[in-house]
Design a protein around this ligand. Structure first.
Ligand SMILES: CC(C)(COP(=O)(O)OP(=O)(O)OC[C@H]1O[C@@H](n2cnc3c(N)ncnc32)[C@H](O)[C@@H]1OP(=O)(O)O)[C@@H](O)C(=O)NCCC(=O)NCCS
Length: 119
């Protein structure tokens, strides 16, 4: 995994969260100016491909900027198409979190219960 993936004006920043099983947080995904041209999709796809190859679990919070042209629901639907699933939790603070388990070697990663959501 890389800490940053870039394509044209889009970037995805990631931070390694826990070592075993390996979980990375998608800390920020953004495109500067040129929305709707598939740039963010290209970088997200690349990050997901690397996560699958390396058996890495990805975690993100659906939190659109005030300038974001997409609603929280549109973002959640988009992330879901890349395999992210809402974290099932009673805790309201966790409601916006989505987890993506690597499609390869997914068995070595337990489901969300092991992931402590950062405050
Ligand atoms: C979210 C963001 C990164 C998307 O960047 P982008 O380069 O426009 O994304 P893409 O062109 O790859 O499109 C991604 C998806 O969103 C959809 N989309 C893009 N613009 C949209 C709009 N205005 N309304 C509805 N859907 C839209 C696309 O159709 C695409 O879905 P698809 O893959 O099913 O076709 C961009 O809006 C952004 O930088 N927002 C501000 C930062 C932010 O809030 N980040 C999210 C933090 S959780």
């Amino acid at each position: 995994m890389n800490n940053c993936y870039r394509f044209r004006s889009a970037s995805v920043d990631l931070l390694k969260y826990i070592d075993s099983p390996e979980v990375w947080i998608v800390s920020y995904i953004r495109t500067r100016g040129e929305y709707g041209k598939g740039y963010a999709s290209a970088v997200l796809r690349k990050a997901c491909e690397d996560a699958d190859r390396e058996g890495v679990c990805l975690l993100l919070s659906v939190a659109p900027d005030e300038e974001c042209v997409m609603s929280e629901q549109q973002l959640a639907d988009w992330y879901a198409r890349y395999g992210f699933q809402s974290v099932d939790s009673e805790d309201q603070a966790c409601k916006s979190w989505m987890l993506r388990v690597a499609t390869m070697d997914a068995n070595k990663i337990d489901k969300p219960s092991l992931v402590e959501i950062p405050s």
